[in-house]
Ligand binder design. Structure first.
Ligand SMILES: [Zn+2]
Length: 295
C-alpha cells in the first residue's frame, strides 16, 4: 500500500467536477440517515464518483494490493468503490491465531444491522479497490483495537478507534509506507517491536492476504516482474558513462511514481539495492527462480 495525497478541498473539487451537485446530494442523504439512526436507501450514488478515486489512485490501482487495473475509461467494471468503514453492518473479524499470539485482539463487532451510518457519503470513506480485495476479502469487516464509534460523521475524528486497517487516501491516517515495507516479494511490518503501528501492518497484510503467494498469485507474479525490470535498470545506474548513468537514474525516477503498480514493493527493492547491493542480487536471483517456477 501507498498513500495517495489529496486535501479535503481538492477531493471535493474533483468530485464536483466529476458529478456536479454530488456533494449537496450526499449531505442530504446523510441527514436522512441521521434522522433514521441507521443506513437505508433504495439506490446508491457513490458509483458516480468512482472515477475520481481511480484517477487519484495512480490511474486505476487498487487501494490495498496495488494491482493496476484497466484504464478509467474501461476499467470501472473491474473495481469497486469501497467503503473503508462499512456503512450498514459490521462483521466481526476473528483474529487469526498467529496474530492473536502477537497480542492482537479485534474488538467484538457491534450488534448486527448497524454500521457507520453517517459515513456512506463521506469522500474520505471511499477508495477504489479490486474485486478480490473488496468483495472477497474486505466485505463488511472493519477490525479495530479500540471502541466502535458509529455515530461520528467525520472520519478524521475516529483515530481513537485504533483501526487496524489503513486508509490510504489523503493524509487523515498513517502513511502506509511508514507501516508496511517489503523484503523482496513479501510485505512486512516496518516496526519490529510490538506496537499499534506494528499490529496495523500485520493485520493489513494478513487481512488482504498480501503475503500469500498461493492465494494471491497475481500479486507475487506482478511484483516479481517489477523487481526483474528494476534490477536491470538499477544495474545501469552503477556502470557506464556519466551520461548513461544519468539517463538510467532519470528513467528510474520516471518509473517510481504512484502510477506504478506495487510501488511500495518497488521502492523497498530500490532501497535494498542502494544499501545492500549483494543482498539485492540474491533477491533478484530468487525472483528469477520464482518466475520460472510459477504456473
Ligand atoms: Zn486489490
Amino acid at each position: 500500500m501507498i498513500r495517495y495525497p489529496v486535501s479535503k478541498a481538492q477531493l471535493e473539487a474533483l468530485i464536483e467536477a466529476e458529478k456536479p451537485g454530488w456533494l449537496a446530494k450526499a449531505a442530504k442523504k446523510t441527514k436522512t440517515f441521521r434522522d433514521l439512526g441507521h443506513y437505508d436507501e433504495a439506490s446508491s450514488d457513490w458509483s458516480e464518483v468512482k472515477a475520481v478515486y481511480m484517477r487519484l489512485q495512480g490511474e486505476g490501482k487498487c487501494a490495498y494490493c496495488e494491482r493496476k487495473l484497466e484504464s478509467v475509461a474501461f476499467g470501472k467494471v473491474e473495481q469497486d468503490i469501497e467503503h473503508f468503514r462499512p456503512k450498514g453492518n459490521i462483521k466481526h473479524w476473528k483474529t487469526p491465531k498467529k496474530l492473536a499470539d502477537q497480542g492482537i485482539a479485534a474488538t467484538p463487532a457491534p450488534n448486527a444491522g448497524k454500521g457507520y451510518y453517517l459515513l456512506p457519503y463521506h469522500p474520505f470513506n471511499y477508495a477504489a479497490a479490486c474485486k478480490p480485495c473488496n468483495s472477497t476479502l474486505k466485505k463488511d469487516y472493519f477490525p479495530i483495537a479500540g471502541q466502535y464509534a458509529l455515530d461520528v460523521d467525520d472520519p478524521t475524528k475516529l483515530a481513537d478507534e485504533l483501526a487496524y486497517l489503513v486508509y490510504p487516501i489523503g493524509s487523515i491516517d498513517d502513511d502506509p509506507e511508514q507501516l508496511i515495507t517489503f523484503y523482496g516479494l513479501s510485505p512486512k511490518s516496518v516496526a519490529t517491536v510490538a506496537s499499534h503501528a506494528q499490529h496495523r501492518a500485520l493485520v493489513t497484510i494478513e487481512f488482504f492476504k498480501l503475503d500469500e503467494p498461493e492465494k494471491r498469485k497475481n500479486l507475487y507474479r506482478e511484483r516479481a516482474f517489477i523487481i526483474m525490470a528494476l534490477f536491470a535498470l538499477l544495474e545501469k545506474t552503477t556502470v557506464g558513462t556519466p551520461a548513461e548513468i544519468k539517463q538510467a537514474k532519470d528513467r528510474l525516477d520516471g518509473l517510481l511514481t504512484p502510477a506504478l503498480a506495487h510501488l511500495n514493493c518497488a521502492k523497498s527493492f530500490v532501497r535494498l539495492f542502494n544499501d545492500l547491493p549483494d543482498e539485492a542480487r540474491v533477491i533478484y536471483d530468487r525472483v528469477l527462480q520464482f518466475l520460472s517456477s510459477i504456473s
